[in-house]
Design a protein around this ligand. Structure first.
Ligand code: LLP
Length: 413
């Protein structure tokens, strides 16, 4: 049975009705399924079980402590991109030797913090950053474990805002310059070379970009070996897409089938950094319809969740399915689901066939587990939603709804 399914016309998450949870916890509300999270981490762990592999969940997709802790207990490491994310990972009990640190703009404080914690490796994005890390490590009398992020110049065929492995992108070191950069790295006093890192983009729905970039990575690994530099870790990044509408993205198994036969004799540990494919379809955002508004040309359903709660439709034009929390057999109408924010870009769906909702109805905005809460803001002084984690027929609030007092914390007149 699907984790999100209908029982007597009401939407269930595992064995509990969404309506019942929202009646107690209010709306807007993020609801996650524990089973969906565990199933996904296991899909990766099983697909790669024949080879030493660290699945370092990219917590930028969703950094809730309960989710990090749950995934950690099921064998995940964590990919962090800031000091704040490192703090969250540590607070959730993730051991530092399972943490990798990426990002183009690591500050001195963040680098020192990660060195002090003793993380598995820094994924380094530029020559200047490499020098900076080396200096800080020398000062701390340490050697920083690093992988250089190599930019393979591959088109991931996804939204331009989330493509990262093309020549024009700000990420990584161009593959042509990378051997020389590794040679230079090997002479830096604060650096210990550990791996090669690659990540070409997000929401990839075809296998071919993975194949192209993996081919280049292996060719590069060999080139590096011939130059006398041996790495122990190959970090393939994240990027596997999920089904938002009718996509049929590759699975962890498809990725494993592509990668494992070609690394099995290399003696390297694999690192993966999946984010969206772990949490995306494990969560929904529930919004309540406040008003229906009819203009000469449009039907609007105005809900209590806006772009501050779920930014993806406004920022990328992303599609999220809408499901009525209670099916009422109403006729379909073409309409927009919009939020209360003072911006025309504040929509969760536009020109969509949807049931003729009425004020008070609840709508589940599907596939909202990844880059939903983690990109939420307080714009228009709106407290961020609560988050709950369902387990079978029970749930726990894993983050309280913010209060007005939370909104002004730290400010003074
Ligand atoms: N590793 C690195 C270095 C990354 O930059 C990212 C995502 C990941 C791993 C995880 O990728 P995933 O498995 O989730 O595709 N906010 C956008 C997505 C931005 C992704 C940024 N980097 C969205 O809502 O679609």
């Amino acid at each position: 049975m699907d984790i999100f399914h209908y029982q007597n016309k009401t939407l269930m998450v595992e064995n509990i009705s969404v309506e019942e949870i929202v009646a107690k916890e209010g709306s807007p509300l993020y609801i996650y399924s524990r089973k969906a999270l565990v199933d996904q981490i296991h899909a990766y762990r099983e697909a790669f079980s024949s080879h030493p592999t660290l699945v370092a969940y990219a917590m930028k997709a969703n950094g809730n402590l309960a989710i990090l802790s749950l995934l950690g207990r099921h064998g995940a490491g964590i990919d962090v991109v800031s000091g704040g994310e490192l703090f969250r990972a540590r607070r959730a009990g993730i051991s530092p030797d399972r943490i990798v640190f990426a990002g183009v703009g690591k500050t001195e404080e963040e680098i020192a913090y990660a060195l002090k914690e003793g993380i598995l490796m820094f994924n380094v994005e530029s020559q200047a950053e490499l020098d900076h890390i080396s200096q800080i490590a020398v000062r701390m009398k340490k050697k920083a474990p690093v992988a250089l992020r190599v930019n393979p110049d591959v088109d991931p065929k996804t939204h331009p805002y989330i493509s990262t492995g093309m020549k024009k992108s700000k990420f990584g070191i161009p593959v042509e310059a990378a051997v020389a950069e590794y040679q230079r790295a090997s002479t830096l006093p604060g650096i210990r070379i550990v791996g090669i890192h690659q990540h070409i983009g997000s929401q990839l729905t075809e296998i071919s970009p993975f194949r192209d970039s993996f081919d280049r990575l292996l060719a590069f690994y060999e080139e590096l070996r011939q130059a006398g530099i041996q790495v122990t870790h190959l970090d393939l990044g994240g990027g596997l897409g999920i089904r938002y509408r009718n996509e049929a993205p590759p699975t962890p198994k498809d990725l494993a089938d592509l990668v494992l036969p070609r690394v099995k004799d290399l003696g390297v540990t694999l690192v993966l950094e999946p984010g969206r494919s772990i949490v995306g379809n494990a969560g929904v955002l529930v919004t309540r319809v406040l008003y229906r508004k009819q203009t000469a040309v449009k039907t609007f359903f105005i809900g209590d969740a806006g772009m501050n709660d779920l930014l993806r439709p406004a920022l990328y034009g992303a599609h999220h399915d809408l499901l009525p929390v209670v099916r009422k057999d109403r006729p379909e109408v073409k309409g927009d689901l919009v939020g209360p924010i003072c911006e025309s870009g504040d929509f969760l769906a536009t020109d969509r066939e949807m049931p003729e909702f009425a004020a008070g109805d609840l709508i589940a905005v599907m596939s909202a587990g990844a880059y939903g809460f983690s990109m939420a803001s307080n714009y228009n002084a709106r407290p961020r939603p609560a988050e709950v984690l369902v387990d079978g027929d029970t749930y726990r609030v894993v983050r309280d709804r913010e209060t007005f007092e939370d909104l002004v914390r730290g400010e003074r007149i």
